[in-house]
Design a protein. Structure first.
Length: 195
């Protein structure tokens, strides 16, 4: 298992297809995926606010499956650190609600925060901690550059797990496109025979 650690922000766990892809990628062992109970609470709360067809019980089951699938995924001991994080020149994060994400990243020595909200994690504030915020497309495309077969296997496993409804390779790639994963999709199309 790799020592490289990536924290998943709640916004990348909100859309089920992206969450599923990130979970499949975490299972490859090419990096260590981490998150917190606060991050779980945030994506679950957002889904429940927008999806009346889903229940808290269903999402709790998803949360439990995620935690069981990835060894040592939950970051703990960061709660007090969130208030103590000293940012350069006393500058604050654009969204103070994200302090817990940064504190968790510092606590587990993450190299990357995978987030759609790059503006909420300015690089000049993360740099002193050795952390970078990356859009999921950038994160996955870097993984693809380093481990193309592992990424293809993850996508293949995700597609295989889709039962209701199932998806063709092109349908799944179009789903990824709709989630803003254009570079990832371009790379995956070059290895379509492995998907």
């Amino acid at each position: 298992m790799s020592n490289f650690v990536a924290i998943y922000d709640a916004c990348v766990l909100y859309p089920a297809p992206l969450r599923d892809l990130l979970m499949q990628l975490a299972l490859t062992g090419t990096f260590r995926a981490r998150w917190t109970n606060e991050i779980h609470d945030e994506w679950i709360r957002s889904i429940l606010a927008n999806r009346s067809d889903l229940t808290a019980k269903q999402l709790q089951r998803t949360k439990e499956k995620m935690d069981a699938a990835i060894p040592d995924c939950l970051v703990t001991g960061h709660q007090g650190l969130a208030d103590q994080v000293e940012l350069p020149d006393q500058v604050e994060l654009p969204d103070q609600g994200d302090r817990h994400v940064l504190a968790a990243a510092i606590r587990c020595q993450a190299g990357v925060i995978v987030t759609n909200n790059l503006k909420d994690f300015p690089q000049y504030l993360l740099q002193p901690f050795g952390i970078e915020a990356q859009h999921p497309d950038e994160f996955i495309s870097h993984l693809f550059d380093l481990f193309p077969e592992a990424v293809c296997i993850a996508v293949k496993e995700q597609r295989r797990s889709l039962k209701n409804p199932s998806k063709t390779i092109d349908e799944l790639l179009n789903t990824f496109l709709s989630l803003g994963l254009a570079i990832t999709v371009e790379s995956l199309r070059t290895m379509k025979d492995l998907l």
